[in-house]
Design a protein around this ligand. Structure first.
Ligand SMILES: *[C@@H]1O[C@H](CO)[C@@H](O)[C@H](O)[C@H]1NC(C)=O
Ligand SMILES: *[C@@H]1O[C@H](CO)[C@@H](O)[C@H](O)[C@H]1NC(C)=O
Length: 283
């Protein structure tokens, strides 16, 4: 009987202990993920509301862990690791530990991030470009390589400085009265697009294209479209409606001139007349 009692007591004690520890369990970072645009790379996560602070460590694949100075004992839920992830073409991992003095460094509660390679997975934002008709049937597309937040020698590096030969651009264009799009891939930032129909309007869009990357991250964001107006000879390209409009305006102007001239003529005629009529009028 005594044995059963002790056993029960132990059972109750153990479950009570496990309940209290579960209640006190240290919250860890959840949903740890990377957000990266033009090689600015930010680690983000979510936490349950609490007073706990978090510190971020990072490492190159299987390398040593380094604590980020900017993201040490913080209550925020994001950490800009851009300047630490260099060289870019490496697999990095981060680790978010929950600060708690009751734990040894080894078994502190923490959450690993997924691996991330900025060179291969950073999103490329929409680039700026201009397009100009330079000849009949030829337009020049001039793309500006976007600047990144990464500086070397005091100057910001462009996406071309970083991706070098791996950076290509996709130019997509269509005739404004058609929906059929044509694509051109180019290695350079200035490209002549040839074979356009003379006198036609065309609209262009461009996006960075990095075929050396995995499929999911090959394409940058598309820019807003820019159009060129094929109508260079205004007189030749006026529509029938415009001609009819011009004809009516001219007709109205002509009628006004005729009417005004007639009125003036009659006015003067009458001014000259009254001298005689006035004298003859009874006073
Ligand atoms: C890149 O953009 C896509 C689409 O907006 C998004 O789903 C993905 O999370 C982004 N990747 C990074 C690393 O920011
Ligand atoms: C392309 O644009 C840049 C700046 O917008 C300009 O400096 C450069 O001369 C242009 N190149 C050509 C070939 O038009």
């Amino acid at each position: 009987m005594e044995a059963v009692k002790t056993l029960l007591c132990v059972g109750v004690c153990v479950s009570a202990w496990s309940i209290t520890t579960a209640g006190n369990s240290i919250p860890t970072a959840k949903n740890v993920h990377w957000m990266s645009v033009d090689f600015t790379t930010i680690l983000k996560w979510t936490v349950q509301p609490s007073d706990n602070l978090y510190s971020v460590l990072y490492s190159e694949a299987d390398g040593d862990w380094t604590e980020s100075h900017d993201c040490s004992e913080m209550s925020g839920t994001e950490c800009d690791l851009t300047t630490h992830l260099w060289p870019l073409d490496r697999n990095y991992q981060a680790d978010i530990k929950t600060e708690d003095p009751d734990y040894d460094l080894e078994d502190v509660p923490h959450t690993y991030s997924p691996h991330f390679n900025p060179y291969r997975a950073s999103n490329i934002s929409a680039v700026k470009f201009t397009v100009q008709e330079v000849d009949v049937g030829t337009a020049t597309v001039n793309i500006t390589d976007s600047l990144t937040a990464i500086h070397k020698g005091g100057k910001p590096l462009s996406i071309r400085d970083i991706l070098k030969k791996d950076l290509q651009y996709k130019i997509s264009y269509y005739k404004s009265d058609s929906t059929r799009k044509r694509d051109v891939v180019t290695q350079t930032s200035v490209t002549n697009v040839t074979g356009l129909d003379a006198g036609q309007s065309y609209c262009f869009m461009v996006a960075a294209y990095i075929p050396s990357r995995p499929k999911a991250t090959q394409h940058g964001a598309w820019s807003t479209q820019q159009c060129i107006d094929g109508h260079r000879n205004i007189v030749q390209d006026l529509s029938l409606e415009a001609w009819v409009g011009i004809f009516f305006v001219l007709l109205v102007v002509l009628v006004i001139i005729v009417v005004v001239t007639l009125l003036c003529y009659r006015c003067r005629h009458q001014k000259n007349k009254p001298q005689t009529s006035q004298t003859s009028a009874p006073v």
